[in-house]
Design a protein around this ligand. Structure first.
Ligand code: SF4
Length: 74
């Protein structure tokens, strides 16, 4: 299922663009390339009412994938 990077907690907002903290590329939220297959897609998460940072989203996702034994591309 295609995922939308604009809805992913791992995408960092920079000057109106999105940067994927996992794969290190820049996107604009309007371009079709924001829709892709991505096993790292992570819905926004909060702690104590504050949105976690993209780096924290990525860390939690990597821990979750390790726990599930995911052996994806590095
Ligand atoms: S982790 Fe995947 S879904 Fe999230 S911003 Fe990066 S490419 Fe997009």
């Amino acid at each position: 299922m295609p995922t939308n990077c604009a809805c992913c907690g791992i995408a960092k907002r920079e000057n109106g663009r999105l940067r994927c903290v996992k794969y290190h590329y820049l996107m604009t939220p309007q371009t079709p390339e924001t829709e892709r297959e991505c096993s790292y897609f992570t819905p926004f998460m909060e702690e104590d009412g504050e949105l976690l940072s993209p780096e924290e989203h990525l860390m939690l996702k990597e821990m979750e994938m390790q726990a599930r034994g995911f052996k994806g591309p590095i």
